[in-house]
Design a protein around this ligand. Structure first.
Ligand code: NAD
Length: 296
């Protein structure tokens, strides 16, 4: 049987260690040629050698994802070598955890620069190429910290939810060109999270258990505009939903009315996942019209 990713060309950022390494190995196992990107040249070369030792094709590249010219050079070198880029896994990341009261704003910016702008650089560098070819699979690595919050991770959460917003719009802009864009929120025991878990949980949280989700999102059958959660072999989805809400009018006492109606406004029965941001406007106008008709 032809492997799921036969002849595909993938770039995985931050692939020298942890999750990125597991993703690179998994993509290669499924037949992809893989650019193993990492700041750490030794780590990138080691993963490259691992892929080649099992008969795969790999190329190490130590571009810092913060450095747009280096990222563009990485993409050009990949195209020169293998003719194209089909898959981009934006995975490179760092932590600078501190409460918002204590965080140095230079660290806050650094976290945004690596996670958010690093992903923007890599994606921008492949975007017109994928559009011209009419095919692309892009994965952004978000986090439960961004989706749900985590004490002491304001910068990281902002960057990770920024990636969800980026995905929501690029998924719309890329769809007509065959580019599918999705987010992955992994849970894994890596140097980033090692100190948080018991030895038993650490074993269950091997990065290898996350990578099948990356292979699925990198495949021709990938969905578009989804947030996939993965850890310990369990897979979930997260959605940004909109409740039906309540029309409360525009009287002077509306603020009091909002406070009195929190439960109605937040009632989750019949909540929807809007396909685009414009659906909020349409929903509200339709609700307001229906409300004024009811009053007549
Ligand atoms: N481990 C988890 O449970 C978890 C949970 C949610 C999200 N994530 C995300 O998954 C991704 C991978 O996390 P991990 O746990 O494997 O981390 P890790 O620290 O083990 O690996 C990150 C890799 O990225 C590389 N890197 C860092 N900055 C870079 C840069 N500027 N340019 C290129 N490479 C760079 C590092 O050298 C390292 O090899 C990150 O985006 C992280 O935020 C991890």
């Amino acid at each position: 049987m032809t492997p799921l990713l036969a002849d595909r060309v993938a770039i995985v950022t931050g692939a020298g260690k942890g999750l990125g390494r597991a993703h690179a190995l998994a993509l290669a196992r499924y037949g992809a040629k893989v650019v193993v990107n990492d700041l750490d040249t030794h780590a990138a070369n080691t993963v490259c050698a691992e892929i080649k030792s099992t008969g795969g094709e790999a190329l190490a590249h130590c571009a810092n994802v913060q450095d747009l010219p280096r990222v563009e050079a990485m993409v050009s070198e990949t195209i020169a070598r293998w003719g194209r880029v089909d898959i981009l896994v934006n995975n490179a990341g760092i932590l600078r955890d501190k409460t918002f009261a204590k965080i140095d704003l230079a660290d806050f910016r650094l976290v945004l620069d690596v996670h958010l702008m690093g992903s923007v650089h890599c994606t921008h560098a492949v975007w017109s190429h994928m559009r011209e070819r009419g095919y692309g699979r892009i994965i952004f690595t978000t986090s439960s910290s961004g989706l749900y919050g985590n004490f002491g991770q304001s910068a990281y959460s902002a960057a990770k939810m920024g990636l969800v917003g980026l995905m929501q719009t690029l998924a719309l802009e890329g769809a007509r060109y065959g580019i599918h864009v999705n987010c992955l929120a992994p849970s894994a025991a890596t140097q980033m999270t090692d100190s948080l878990f018991t030895p038993e949980d650490l074993a269950a949280l091997a990065p290898d258990h996350v990578s099948p989700a990356v292979v699925a999102l990198a495949s021709a059958h990938a969905p578009n505009k989804q947030i996939v959660l993965a850890g310990a072999g369990s897979f979930e989805q997260a959605h940004v939903t909109m409740t039906q809400g309540a029309v409360l009018g525009d009287q002077a006492d509306t603020a009091e009315s909002i406070l009195a109606n929190w439960r109605r406004i937040g009632e989750r029965v019949n909540e929807v996942v809007p396909a685009t941001g414009f659906e909020q406007y349409q929903h509200e106008i339709a609700r307001a019209r229906a409300h004024s008709l009811e009053k007549k």
